[in-house]
Design a protein around this ligand. Structure first.
Ligand code: UT7
Length: 371
């Protein structure tokens, strides 16, 4: 088999309209704009409205990425949604996205690696393409962490925001795309950043709700120390794995958690901050969505260009950390035009018809047809 590469040919983002500024937070908890900016770099974040959810944001970002790549949902073989705020324990949010966009021949699953999830998902989709197992993949990072945040806890509520970002990956024999990756974990630090209740270990009960165990709990200082250590390490490892040097890298796109963590990583790497993409001031920490959101903005404002070598590097709960080195590609030439509105219309119709058929089948076979 000839060697194959996984190229990023489409990208898209979806962010809620509602903005919550640091001044808004001053009215909710004992904090202030100056403290939040100096300790984190965050000025405002987006918060999902009632009608928005992890799946709707993911589908919106995914469709935009397909539009850029000019790839139809029906051409997708795989959808991975990386998220820590899935719609349900199951079914996977990725399956809801599959239905919303009408990706009729795609496998779909969620990936849970917290803020590192997008980097893991990108690597897994790239490896599936490189091994000739699939042709086209949609990788999405989507979060509505605002729903898991305790809005009375100033340690966490100032940090997080909602949003989604997506990449389309496509196979090609041209050298480029995802060149190397690093995936690491250390479960001994699991309790440092955790939502204690709601899973099978501590089922939701009146007691867990009363104690606020269904909200994010974090030891910020410990996570900070861990993050500053691993960000530069993982970057160097991905660069070495691709037989490159730091001088060969044009951009670092880090997980957008804290300006001080990002600056510390750049300092350790002796990498200029002008070539590090940062947008956390406007979105806060959107967890697994933060890297694709930053990538989309860097493309929109003309910084990131085809041919550039980029390291995306992240850390998060688990503990997990990882990086992906990619040579930026851009859309493959094609004359096909993908129109998201039309795609959505047919996907809705298809979903409706499938539900109807299931109901009719149920009635015919005497099972009541509720599925
Ligand atoms: O995607 C991964 C998600 N998690 C992270 O990235 C978290 C990484 N950690 C951090 O970003 C930082 O640790 C924080 C931003 C969370 C906190 O910054 P810090 O410089 O580590 O502050 P600290 O926790 O050491 O707290 C310093 C002081 C404390 O007061 P005392 O004990 O010194 O009197 C806190 O109670 O600041 C206080 N404090 C606040 N003050 C105003 C904590 N939160 C706030 C707040 N407003 N929101």
């Amino acid at each position: 088999m000839s060697p194959r590469y996984a190229h990023i040919t489409g990208w898209g983002m979806a962010i809620p309209e509602k903005i919550v500024t640091n001044h808004d937070l001053e009215k909710m908890v004992d904090t202030n704009d100056e403290w939040i900016i100096s300790r984190t770099g965050i000025r405002e974040r987006r918060i999902a409205s009632d009608g928005q959810s992890t799946a709707t944001l993911a589908a919106e970002a995914g469709l935009r990425a397909l539009e850029v790549a000019n790839l139809r949902p029906a051409d997708l073989d795989l959808i991975i949604v990386s998220t820590s705020s899935p719609e349900y324990l199951f079914p996977a949010t990725a399956c809801l996205v599959q239905d919303q966009i009408g990706a009729v021949k795609a496998g779909a699953f969620d990936l849970s690696a917290a803020c590192t999830g997008f980097v893991y998902a990108l690597n897994l989709a790239a490896q599936a393409i490189r091994s000739h197992s699939i042709e086209n993949a949609l990788v999405i990072g989507s979060e509505t962490l605002s729903r898991l945040v305790n809005w009375k806890d100033r340690n966490t509520c100032i940090l997080f925001g909602d949003g989604a970002g997506a990449f389309v990956l496509q196979a090609s024999e041209e050298v480029g795309g995802v060149l190397s990756a690093v995936m690491r974990s250390d479960g001994s630090g699991g309790e440092l950043l955790v939502v204690p209740a709601g899973g099978s270990r501590h089922l939701t009960s009146l007691q867990t709700v009363y104690e606020g165990q269904h909200y994010i709990q974090m030891n910020g200082r410990e996570v900070f120390r861990f993050a500053t250590r691993v960000m530069s390490q993982a970057t160097q490892e991905a660069v070495a794995a691709a037989n490159l040097k730091m001088e060969d890298i044009q951009w670092i796109i880090p997980h957008q958690a804290n300006q001080r963590i990002i600056e510390a990583a750049a300092r350790n790497l002796e990498f200029p901050m002008e070539r590090v993409i940062v947008n956390l001031d406007r979105y806060g920490n959107t967890s697994t969505a933060s890297i694709p959101l930053a990538v989309c903005e860097a493309i929109q404002d003309g910084r990131l260009k085809p041919g550039d070598r980029v390291v995306m590097v992240a850390f998060g709960a688990g503990l997990t950390w990882g990086s992906v080195l990619t040579q930026w590609t851009g859309p493959f030439p094609t004359r096909r035009k993908v129109r998201p509105k039309r795609v959505r219309f047919w996907a809705r119709l298809r979903s409706l018809l499938r539900r109807l058929r299931r109901r009719l089948d149920g009635l015919l076979w005497g099972r009541g047809g509720t599925a």
